[in-house]
Every structure is written in structure tokens, then in C-alpha cells.
Design a protein around this ligand. Structure first.
Ligand code: DAT
Length: 175
């Protein structure tokens, strides 16, 4: 049986990873399970500590990789996380980096109730292309794509192009 691809959807918090991953899981021509890595870390206790000030978890990377390894090896998953360089190069078939104008991102994070410092930190990271650089330095250029995620028209266009990519991938991997 042909395996299904592993798709990483990454980007600064608020760029639209979960929104994209949920829609892609519904519309994909092959079954894809959406794994919200942040939620998984909380549910399974895959962290060392919780930082009150930054309202974030210090991830236990070994535990997280052990948890994800069988899922990634089996294929057919969307890994939704705000960082990606932890995932071994052999895992993803496609790495999607979502990008958003920083003023829009600021509004989204404010609505989410993030503390000001955390909004500033993420805003700066988006301007400095931190996640995009991380993806480019961790994976071959041909599997990394940057997509704009500012409005619903972007969302629909992105899902349509990822769906096309999945169809082509499936054809290539069906013997
Ligand atoms: P992330 O998972 O990257 O943190 P999200 O999917 O939770 O981001 O989206 C954050 C908010 O922004 C949410 O209210 C949905 C909205 N949003 C994200 N991408 C969008 C897009 N392309 N068009 C319209 N709204 C979007």
C-alpha cells in the first residue's frame, strides 16, 4: 500500500497553522491526521516546565520525538507547530511556512490574549523571518514553501495548492 505524505505546517504563532491544518485534513484527497503538536505536548505532558511569565512550555524534545516518530514513520499526518527544526530531515515530504503581515499578526495575537511581551517577541520573529530561516536551513529547498496567510482568499488558495501537491505526490508514489 502506498504511504501518505507527512506535511509540516509551521509559522509564527497566529499565522494560521491550525486553521490551515484543520481545513487541509478535511479536504485532502488522501487521509491526513492533523496533529497539533502544542496540544499534544500539553495532553501527554511532554514538557519539562511551564513558564508563567511567557505562558509557554519548555518542551522535552526527546519525549516529543519519541511520541511523534511512529506517527511520522507511518505517514499521513499534518504536523502543526510553530517551530520545525526539531523534526528530522527524513520526516517531512512538504514543509509549509505560513507568513503574515506583522500588523495583522499583532491584532490576531492581541485577540488571543497573549501578554504584550509575547506579542512583541512573536511579531519580531515574523519580521525577522525566524521560522522561514529555520525551515530553509533544516530541509531541502525543494520541499519548503512559503505561503501568505492574511485573508480567507489566501487560506482557500493555499489549501487548493497543497491539495494539488498531494495529488501529484500520490501519483509519483503509486507504483
Ligand atoms: P496558529 O495556529 O498559527 O497559531 P490560527 O490558525 O490559530 O494560527 O489562526 C489565528 C487566528 O487568525 C484565528 O482567529 C484565525 C485567523 N486566521 C489565520 N489565518 C487566516 C487567514 N488566512 N485568513 C483569515 N483568518 C486567518
Amino acid at each position: 500500500m502506498t504511504k501518505s505524505p507527512v506535511i509540516v505546517i509551521t509559522g509564527t504563532p497566529g499565522t494560521g497553522k491550525t486553521t490551515h491544518a484543520q481545513m487541509l485534513a478535511e479536504e485532502s484527497p488522501v487521509p491526513l491526521k492533523h496533529i497539533n503538536v502544542g496540544d499534544l505536548i500539553k495532553e501527554k505532558g511532554l514538557y519539562e516546565e511551564y513558564d508563567e511569565e511567557w505562558q509557554s512550555y519548555t518542551v522535552d524534545e526527546d519525549k516529543l520525538l519519541d511520541e511523534l516518530e511512529p506517527l511520522a514513520s507511518a505517514g499521513g499526518v499534518i504536523l502543526d507547530w510553530h517551530t520545525c527544526d526539531l523534526f528530522p530531515e527524513r520526516w517531512p515530504d512538504l514543509v509549509v511556512v505560513l507568513r503574515c503581515d506583522h500588523t495583522k499578526l499583532w491584532d490576531r495575537l492581541e485577540k488571543r490574549g497573549y501578554p504584550l511581551r509575547k506579542i512583541q517577541e512573536n511579531n519580531e520573529a515574523e519580521i525577522m523571518e525566524v521560522v522561514a530561516d529555520e525551515a530553509r536551513s533544516s530541509y531541502p529547498a525543494e520541499i519548503v514553501v512559503e505561503l501568505k496567510s492574511e485573508g480567507t482568499d489566501d487560506l482557500e488558495a493555499n489549501i487548493a495548492s497543497i491539495t494539488e501537491w498531494i495529488k501529484a505526490w500520490k501519483e509519483q508514489h503509486t507504483s
